[in-house]
Each structure stands twice: as structure tokens, then as C-alpha cells.
Write a protein that binds this ligand. Structure first.
Ligand code: UDP
Ligand code: MN
Length: 242
């Protein structure tokens, strides 16, 4: 009797979660089409909604800020855990069910023959609970252009001791597999912040790290919603100026 109640509780816990998949987006129509049709077939038995957050303006692309905006939007829609998902990553063997620990999901990419990319790579696809993402104050809003906002995010998680897990143990080596879409000749302009994310971070005092994180992220986010469009039953595109 006792046991079955416990199991029932666990089951309730499982079905009560709602996943928000947040996709940063601008001008990749073919990739978006392919992504949406793939996800529709791929994800089963999970309560989820996809939010495409489109950058409306012509400023350099800002993945982190868009994902922060998407988090806030999806939180309002009742999501309690989040996957931040590049549009050009198609899951092949990936578990999207709730995790109370932050996860790096895109660990085994086809382009790298399904070997892990590099040891602290935290890009592509990541999962957070709403609580953990709030604790670390989300992404920095200040990485304009390509790259390094993912390392900044893992710095934040580390600072607040939200340990990131990866399913790269030997026995799980088939997990986290993604196919990356390559129809892609986009120009990438580096944001120029390698030094902040990789170079100096570990040398900066904890108090200074704290000040940096608290003054830049969800707490300082501002953006304007330009339009909202329902693309499918559980897919919405939200166009924002950031
Ligand atoms: N992205 C986009 N339009 C852009 C740049 C980036 O939609 O002009 C989004 C898209 O979801 C993409 C993600 O940001 O998958 C990461 O950018 P990119 O693929 O260029 O980065 P890389 O894979 O080279 O690290
Ligand atoms: Mn990409």
C-alpha cells in the first residue's frame, strides 16, 4: 500500500511538468521547417510547447537575450522546465523528460562522428528547471554576435553550484545524439567576448562574478514583442525587438 502511494506520487510528479522548448531564430526558414516537422514526430509522451523567438531588428544576433525573452514568455504560459534549442539540431537519441539538474543535451553530434565535442562545450541544446535558470539570472544579455554566451551560461551555473550533468558516461554513450543541419552558409561574426567567458572568468573574485551575474541577465532584460503567431497546435512564433 505504502509503496503504491509512493509510486503514484512519483507518477503525478512526472505528468505535472510542462516543457517549454525555446528556439532562438532569425532568417533560417528552411531549417525551421525541418526542425518543426522533426520535433512533431520525435517528441512523444511529453507535455510541451515550442516557442520560436525571432529577432526582429538588424542588430547582430543575440542568442542569449532571445532565450531569456523566451524563458519569460514560456514561464507565463505555465512551463516549469525549459530546453534552449538551436534550430539546426535534430534529436536522434535524446531524452526530453524532466530533469531537476541542468543538462547539456547536445553532447554527441553527427558532425563529430558522435564523439563529444570538447569537454566544457555547453552549446546547442540545454535543459534547465525554472528555478535553476532564475537562480543563475539566465543568460547574459550582452553577447551580440556569434559565440561564447553558452560558456558564460555555464560560468553562471558553476558560480551558483548548479552542477551541469551530461549523459556521456560510457554506458550512456548513445545518448545525446543530434544531427546538425548543414544547409548553412551563414556569416558568423564573433561577439568578441571570448576573453570574458573563457579568459578571465576563473581569475575574477567570487564577489565580482556575483556582481556581474546579478547586473546582467533576466533581472535586467528588456524587450518588446512585435508580433505573435501560432504556427501549429503547440508551436508559437514570437517576434521581438531586443
Ligand atoms: N540563429 C538564427 N539566425 C542567425 C543566427 C543564429 O536563427 O542568423 C540561431 C539558430 O537557432 C542557430 C543558433 O542561433 O541554430 C546558433 O547559431 P549558429 O547555428 O550560427 O551557431 P553555431 O552552430 O555555428 O555555433
Ligand atoms: Mn548551428
Amino acid at each position: 500500500m505504502k509503496e503504491s502511494k509512493r509510486i503514484q506520487k512519483l507518477k503525478e510528479k512526472k505528468v505535472n511538468h510542462k516543457l517549454g522548448i525555446i528556439v532562438p531564430y532569425r532568417d533560417r526558414e528552411q531549417q525551421l521547417k525541418r526542425f518543426l516537422s522533426h520535433m512533431k514526430d520525435y517528441i512523444k509522451d511529453i507535455d510541451y510547447e515550442i516557442f520560436i523567438i525571432e529577432q526582429a531588428d538588424d542588430k547582430p544576433f543575440n542568442r542569449g537575450k532571445l532565450l531569456n525573452a523566451g524563458y519569460k514568455y514560456a514561464l507565463d504560459k505555465g512551463c516549469d522546465y525549459f530546453v534552449f534549442h538551436d534550430v539546426d539540431m535534430l534529436p536522434e537519441d535524446v531524452d526530453y523528460s524532466y530533469s531537476d539538474k541542468p543538462l547539456h543535451l547536445a553532447t554527441h553530434l553527427q558532425e563529430h562522428d558522435y564523439e563529444t565535442t570538447f569537454f566544457d562545450y555547453f552549446g546547442g541544446v540545454t535543459m534547465f528547471t525554472k528555478e535553476d535558470f532564475k537562480t543563475i539570472n539566465g543568460f547574459s544579455n550582452d553577447y551580440w554576435g556569434w559565440g561564447h554566451e553558452d560558456k558564460d551560461l555555464s560560468n553562471r551555473a558553476e558560480h551558483y553550484k548548479c552542477k551541469i550533468e551530461r549523459k556521456i558516461k560510457y554506458e550512456d554513450k548513445d545518448k545525446g545524439e543530434y544531427l546538425k543541419i548543414f544547409e548553412d552558409n551563414h556569416v558568423r561574426e564573433d561577439c568578441g567576448k571570448w576573453g570574458l567567458a573563457y579568459g578571465v572568468w576563473d581569475k575574477v573574485a567570487k564577489e565580482e562574478q556575483e556582481r556581474y551575474i546579478e547586473n546582467n541577465g533576466l533581472s535586467t532584460l528588456n524587450y518588446t514583442i512585435v508580433s505573435e503567431e501560432k504556427l501549429m497546435d503547440n508551436v508559437k512564433k514570437i517576434t521581438v525587438e531586443i
